[in-house]
Design a protein. Structure first.
Lengths: 130, 138
């Protein structure tokens, strides 16, 4: 089987990005440390990031975490390679718009597991932590 | 010489879903229309001096839809990274629309003349292959 050409990959990535109809805020984990050496929670937000949220087929997948909380796989999010590549499981995602329509309230998620980098984009499993 | 009217060009523009002149200018569409001249309302043939202009716009629309299909023919389907894209639909739909318009074109006839004429065809200058055989009436 022939590998994809650079032009084909570029075209596939363009299609993938053009199908990202939703908008989210990427919240990258950037804690600070106070005078006593305690880590203070903090995030650096990147707003208005195009993304593709898919909530079908991911409900009911619950898993108990080591700290006792229950993580429920809530959605799968597609991001462009540029936007999603640096995300880690410590980061968070807030989906603010779906198909161009503002959500009220916005959907806030954590990230479950490793961020998967594919040939056309980045796939992130989103969780609601209870 | 008769040329397509602006109404005919506008109609063709609607038929091919090209609402702007970005891809097809009015001159482009006019040239597509002029490829398919028909006899006018008075029965004058396009080669007649009194021909007032009449064209087969369905045929022109079919040509453009076929061209639009060619523009997306290289778009293959793919599923990757939680996305599933059926890009070949655009090609199939453009071709189907071309077929729909071609089915509405004006009908015509074409006389086929075999050259060289078969030795047995002595009765007519234009040899007709499906003439009744001598024993057909039996």
């Amino acid at each position: 089987m022939n590998p994809f050409t650079a032009a084909e990959l570029t075209a596939m990535r363009t299609v993938q990005v053009s199908a990202m109809m939703d908008t989210c805020t990427l919240r990258v984990w950037t804690p600070t440390v106070d005078d006593y050496g305690t880590e203070i929670e903090g995030y650096t937000d990147t707003i208005g990031v195009a993304c593709g949220l898919d909530v079908t087929g991911t409900r009911q997948k619950e898993r108990r975490r080591q700290d006792g909380t229950i993580a429920m796989i809530a959605a799968v999010l597609r991001l462009s390679l540029d936007d999603g590549e640096a995300l880690t499981a410590k980061d968070r995602v807030t989906v603010t718009h779906r198909n161009g329509e503002a959500l009220s309230p916005a959907l806030a998620y954590g990230i479950d597991g490793a961020v998967e980098r594919g040939p056309t984009g980045v796939v992130v499993r989103l969780v609601e932590v209870q | 010489m008769a040329v397509p009217s602006s109404a005919q060009i506008s109609r063709l523009r609607r038929m091919v879903a090209e609402s702007t002149t970005d891809t097809y200018t009015d001159l482009d569409l006019s040239e597509y229309i002029e490829r398919y001249p028909l006899a006018d309302a008075s029965g004058n043939e396009p080669t007649d001096t009194g021909w007032t202009g009449n064209w087969d716009i369905n045929q022109a629309a079919a040509d453009i839809w076929q061209e639009k299909a060619a523009a997306v023919a290289a778009n293959f389907d793919f599923a990757a990274d939680a996305g599933d894209y059926k890009r070949s639909q655009a090609y199939a739909q453009a071709l189907q629309t071309a077929r729909n318009f071609r089915a509405k074109r004006e009908t015509g006839s074409l006389v086929l003349i075999m050259e060289p004429k078969p030795l047995g065809a002595t009765r007519v200058d234009e040899w007709i292959g499906n003439l009744p055989e001598e024993d057909d009436d039996l």
